[in-house]
Ligand binder design. Structure first.
Ligand code: ZN
Length: 494
């Protein structure tokens, strides 16, 4: 057995255990009985200790040094294992286990605080999470200086190679044109009506399953369940998604499902040869979001798809709740300065992200403390959206991320939007008949283009390169701004 074979066999077990951890998290968000929270926190901490010990195992360094990868894929896998090993060795075992325990509990506290609109209930545990993440960030930054060195170290887990400075420059390019577009739209003073009617939960879930199938989700290797916060979880042959239902608003369930289907389709499409290796999962959260946002927006919220969806909704509910496809298209693209990120239209969505990015950067750097966070959130929201937050569940308590210790993740959503627009531009040039196919509910060739160009490669190339290879050009902000200005310019006759 060569060092490379030994290393890959060891890594395979680590990857398998990481999948088990993911399934425990799925269980916690879907079917776990509430009384199990404390024991589950201990279970997660125990499993995290095992994973951390494996990732920081000193033998890894020897195997990596002695390994001769047989090909480019092997070399990339080796580099990714080395990267993960370097990060793991900087985090003391105690910190890894404690973070797993505290964040597992904090997510339960967050859910209760959100349900009761009680910020005071959430802040103490959030302060614990922030303290642990600051400690982790300092350890991962490994002595690097600079005002964002620690944030960059956290960001690197979700978007390898990205930096806060680079993202801030990109966001600065987006912001003025997004704000100007929003002002022109709101200046029209005419918001298309939302859907009218009641849409029974069972029919919504049936339609969600049908739509996921249309987008290529493989139910033989996946399932859909309900959760407070929709997510997708798992890689390889077990990739699950969740959704949520509001009987007054079927579009929430539909677009959450399409979004998560985009994440899941990416995982399900990765070449099986990469399964349970570091190449066998999406390469970064930004690239992941490019898939989910493209499925949700460029396809799901298009005029073409609305014409298919209107028929499907009329079949499911008896009445689609909109007079025709055009009214459904307008309802699915209403621009309103709402409070909740996950319900935001495409114009406001990125403004939500830019705000969270600035707040969490300040939290990690110690420029902002959790006691001042709600005021900072509310002030910034009023400045950016022109309305005052009406209740904490619509403000600071709306997102699960910080309770889960996930700092450095939010900017990947906007990065994903930017990548999605680049991919759509390249796809539309390659497949001029894409729109007609989408209108017919025949998405195979469109999702097939993404599978072939991007999804099946998994972690083979670094994130930006993955996008550049698929598009044939380097990712940039212009395609996203042009897409939004053209789409909403026509919709609102600007
Ligand atoms: Zn997503």
């Amino acid at each position: 057995m060569t060092a490379f074979t030994v290393l890959m066999a060891f890594q395979r077990e680590t990857e398998a255990l990481a999948q088990v951890m993911g399934r425990l998290e799925w269980d916690q968000q879907t079917v776990m009985p509430p009384g199990a929270a404390r024991q589950r926190a201990e279970e997660m901490a125990a499993l995290e200790s095992v994973l951390h010990a494996r990732r920081s195992d000193p033998r890894l360094a020897d195997w990596i040094a002695g390994a001769a990868p047989p090909d480019a894929a092997g070399a990339r896998a080796l580099a990714l294992i080395g990267r993960e090993h370097a990060r793991a060795t900087r985090i003391p075992l105690r910190l890894a286990a404690e973070t797993a325990r505290v964040t597992s509990l904090a997510q339960g506290v967050w859910a209760e605080a959100r349900a009761g609109d009680d910020v005071g209930r959430f802040l103490p545990v959030l302060a614990e999470v922030v303290a642990l993440k600051r400690e982790a960030a300092a350890a991962l930054a490994d002595g690097a200086e600079g005002q964002d060195a620690r944030y960059d170290a956290l960001l690197d887990e979700y978007e390898p190679g990205a930096t806060a400075a680079g993202l801030a420059a990109m966001f600065a390019e987006l912001r003025p044109r997004l704000v100007a577009l929003r002002a022109r739209i709101l200046g029209v003073g005419r918001t298309p009506p939302a859907l009218a009617g009641r849409f029974p939960a069972e029919a919504q879930l049936r339609l969600a399953r049908e739509v996921a199938g249309v987008f290529g989700y493989d139910f033989g290797r996946g399932r859909i369940d309900l959760a407070v916060h929709p997510f997708s979880s798992g890689s390889g042959s077990d990739v699950r998604i969740t959704t949520r239902i509001d009987e007054a608003d079927p579009l929430g369930c539909l677009y959450s499902t399409i979004h998560e289907t985009g994440h899941a389709a990416y995982e399900q499409a990765i070449d099986t040869a990469h399964a349970l290796t570091p190449l066998g999962r999406g390469v970064s959260m930004g690239v992941h979001e490019s898939q989910s946002r493209l499925y949700e927006n460029q396809i799901g919220r298009s005029r073409a798809f609305a014409s298919w969806l209107h028929g499907a909704m009329a079949r499911s509910f008896g009445d689609a709740g909109a007079a025709g496809p055009e009214a459904l298209y307008a309802a699915a693209n209403r621009v309103v300065p709402g409070f909740v990120r996950t319900e935001a239209d495409e114009v406001h969505y990125n403004l939500h992200i830019l705000m969270r990015f600035d707040l969490e950067r300040d939290l990690v750097a110690g420029r902002l403390e959790t006691g001042d966070l709600e005021a900072a959130w509310n002030d910034r929201f009023a400045a950016d959206f022109g309305v005052a937050v009406d209740r904490p569940a619509h403000g600071l308590l709306q997102d699960v991320h910080w309770s889960a210790g996930v700092f450095g993740y939010f900017p990947t959503y906007t990065l994903g939007n930017l990548y999605a627009a680049c991919l759509w531009q390249a796809l539309a040039a390659d497949l001029p008949e894409a729109e007609a196919m989408v209108a017919a509910g025949r998405l195979g060739p469109v999702t097939g283009w993404l599978r072939e160009r991007l999804q099946r490669h998994g972690g083979l190339a670094p994130p930006r390169e993955t996008i550049a290879r698929a598009c044939g050009f380097a990712p940039a902000a212009e395609p996203l701004l042009a897409y939004l200005e053209a789409k909403f310019g026509a919709l609102y006759r600007l």
